[in-house]
Design a protein around this ligand. Structure first.
Ligand code: F0G
Length: 427
């Protein structure tokens, strides 16, 4: 299997461009990376991934300053990316918070929270877009498009705008949080609200892309995941700097399973270069909402494929997804690292969102799923009390202000008068 953790680094095929090529994870066919627009395999329609003749070591990161961009964040990892710099705002270099009260409450040796909500548009999608839009420029496309539960559309609109490219986003009507629509709108995307869920939007936008109407920047696009791979590099570097070891486990919310696939790819490449021991690879642990949990079902059933759920519902609208398109990359990631997947209720998500907020870490509901999942796995005894864990929080609190109001305290009206205020405080 090509997605095993200990597969040796591949030899570059003839089609490689400067040591980079695309390979099908299902049949192994290889393709030149930037000659044609291509999202899946010509031969078998399998998922593609970018491959490199020289996988990165930790020493490669941050070596020297790039000529025309910041030597930080995503592009600090340019040795592991297809380009040296792209359209940047800049992105990455997000905090790995300590959360002492939550750590004690969950009952693990170490708990750190990697807050991807601190990216320029407030989610991890920026890491994918900085690379994806750079590839779009290389291919010379005129317009960009995506389906989205919200965050991808916000990032696409911002990065597309910065690159001076037209952007089109398809959103499930009535199911996208206010902050995200506001971003897509002000960053000047054309927004189509579809009477259907995210999976239906993705079906349509894939067809538009196949007909050459726009360049697809959903996580089906293999280059987007290259940018998101840097989350894995950052976690390993920062955790090791503080704890002199790597985390045992990384817990993350799962929608399309792009991040799960991307983190696994980061670890595989470091193992290939000899920089990371197979035994040091963190257990990838995916969390979904109970109302949208096809990946959890597949892991629990030991299934080879994920069954598409037609009806999905959750308060965590970012992960309201029934057909995780990156499952063929993510299932091996979870299984080969010894990880697992778990489903949590909306109430558990809200509780976790409050617990994070109490430590000053403001996240949207989907992000809190990681902490809710960790708590549940601790209760079930799946996660041991001596584990060192990183939870990924994927989006900022302000993305979904309505959810924040619902989970938080209500403002109390009071008269414009000190005595009235004092009286209320003493009640
Ligand atoms: N968390 C947040 C805040 C997200 O926006 C998403 C996905 C995920 C987690 C799931 O990540 O797909 O890599 O498993 N949002 C996409 C969007 C679908 O359109 O913004 P995944």
């Amino acid at each position: 299997m090509t997605l095993d953790l200990d597969t040796p680094a591949p030899d570059a095929p003839e089609c490689a461009d400067d040591g980079v090529w695309l390979a099908c994870i299902a049949c192994g066919s290889t393709f030149a990376p930037f000659e044609d627009v291509r999202y899946t395999c010509d031969d078998c329609d399998g998922l593609l991934e970018a491959r490199y003749a020289t996988p990165p070591t930790f020493e490669d990161f941050g070596e020297g300053a790039s000529a025309d961009g910041p030597d930080r964040g995503v592009w600090r990892y340019r040795e592991a990316l297809p380009f040296d710099i792209g359209v940047t705002l800049p992105e990455g270099d997000t905090p790995l918070h300590t959360v002492p009260r939550l750590e004690a409450d969950v009952g693990v040796e170490t708990l750190r929270v990697k807050h991807e909500g601190m990216n320029p548009t407030g989610s991890f999608k920026d890491r994918g877009m900085t690379v994806g839009v750079r590839v779009a420029e290389e291919l010379g496309v005129g317009a960009l498009a995506c389906a989205s539960t919200g965050n991808t559309s916000a990032a696409l609109a911002a990065y597309g705008g910065r690159a001076d490219l037209e952007t089109l986003v398809l959103l499930p009507a009535g199911k996208v949080a206010a902050g995200k629509i506001a971003q897509a709108s002000l960053h000047d995307a054309r927004i189509l609200e579809v009477d259907g869920n995210f999976d239906a939007c993705l079906d349509i936008v894939q067809e538009l892309a196949a007909r050459g109407k726009a360049y697809l920047l959903n996580s089906l696009n293999p280059f987007r995941l290259e940018g998101q791979k840097t989350i894995g590099f950052e976690i390993l570097e920062a955790f090791h700097a503080d704890h002199d070891t790597y985390p045992d486990r990384i817990v993350l919310p799962v929608g399309n399973a792009g991040n799960t696939a991307a983190l696994y790819k980061a670890f595989r490449e470091l193992v290939q270069s000899g920089a990371l021991d197979v035994d040091d690879v963190p257990k990838l642990t995916g969390v979904q909402a109970e109302g949208a949990a096809p990946m959890v079902e597949a892991i629990e059933d030991g299934a080879e494929e994920v069954r598409r759920w037609e009806d999905v519902e959750t308060r965590a609208t970012a992960i309201r997804i029934g057909n995780p398109v990156n499952a063929p990359k993510a299932l091996p990631g979870i299984r080969n690292t010894g990880g697992t997947a778990v489903a949590v209720s909306d109430d558990e998500i809200t509780d976790a969102q409050r617990a994070l907020a109490a430590e000053g870490v403001g996240v949207e509901p989907a992000s809190a799923a990681s902490v809710a999942g960790l708590r549940k796995l601790r209760r079930q005894g799946v996660v041991d009390d001596d584990e060192r864990v990183v939870c990924l929080t994927t989006g900022h609190l302000l993305k979904d202000p309505d959810a924040a109001y619902e989970a938080g305290n209500d403002p109390e009206p009071v008269d414009n008068d000190v005595d009235a205020v004092l009286e209320l405080l003493e009640e």
